[in-house]
Write a protein of this length. Sequence first.
Length: 455
Amino acid sequence: MNRFASEELDRWLKGPGRKPLVMRGARQVGKTWLVRNFAKRQGLELIELNLEKYPHYADLFSDNSPREILKNIEAQLALKILPESSCLFLDEIQAAPELFSKLRWFREDMPELPVIAAGSLLEFALGKADFSMPVGRIAYFYLEPLSFFEFALASRNEPLYEKMISTTPQEPLPHPLHVRCMELYRQYCLVGGMPETVQTWLDGRDVQACLKIQHDLLATYRDDFHKYGGEIDARLLHRILLSVARQLGNKFVYSRVDPDVKVTLVKNSLMLLSQAKVCSKVAHTSGSGLPLGAESNDKFFKTLMVDIGLISAQLGLSSVKPVDLDSMLFFNRGGLAEQFVGQQLRAAQTPAMDPQLFYWQRTGGRQGEIDYILQHGNHIVPVEVKSGAAGSMKSLHQFMAEKNLEMAVRLDANPPSAEEMRVKTTQSQFVKYRLLSLPLYLAGNINALLDRHLG
């Protein structure tokens, strides 16, 4: 599979002042594969230590000297390590979080050796640790599931991918290719971007086999919490994950998870799920200026799951007949389309930073909501998501009038277009702005298209 994050790893390797890299992300998003593929492409000897599978390997790091540590590893694995042509990979480091403090010595005393650590639920492990992280001496790398574009490439649709990323409102895809892209979008909504599920789909196009992997992965997430996160009721975790799926596209309401469970318990459990990267919050923003989070209301937020395929599995979409799939995909006012877009927007952000998403909702008086608010350079760009080919834009018109913005984006099932909007809001205000309309499958290319239209 072609992972776009591989290019960032290559830049890290060749960058000046390289620091040990800590790779973060939910379990089974492809961290281990990415590192193995990186070492293979770069011709590096990979020294891989899985600290969850072999916890005794942590004892090899008892010394603070990288040279002594390498001698211990050489003796344990019966091999010779040449720092300039090797890569040390500490996988599942959450099983031995005390090793984080050792990374500083590799940065200071053996900078010629590339060092990568990867793990899931790192926040849980670090919260229990009695040491301080080597701030300034390590770099972070955040990995998301396969994006829709990566899924298209993995599906052996490279020519179609090349056409997608080159399409513009001025040069739209021919109708048959647009239809093909929408078909691929529907596949992605069911399969998602978790690498094992994608590979299973590619091997046999067996939806039920994919469904089993997805449910096994959800069970693994619940088991992880007992292992690393303390005693949290597995049934409550199941209800929260299901509620995230059911509340897509809406402000998340704790009481809807289970009215018989205390809100504080639900709140804390959702926070842990977010720390584990199983869920993520879409934060509220006033949309009045940059940075977007400066005037946020913490009581308002929406939630996404790490992967759209896991949501489809929870909602039973895999058993839906193809003829009924369109209507099911766009349940809950297009909530699944919002998950798809949010997932692509997260994947499109730099791996060097933990992805953040924002939305706008009126917090008092009359209703109003914008699905996503983007920062593009020094521009604020609202994004409306529509599951089908039509839909009202009353909130968008009012938002553009109130904030006096230049451009907005609409994502729906139509081919791309651009038009100058001149309309009156429901409050009888005249508003003029440019609307960039894009098909849902181009969500991951929003920034490149905005570059063309905003300059």
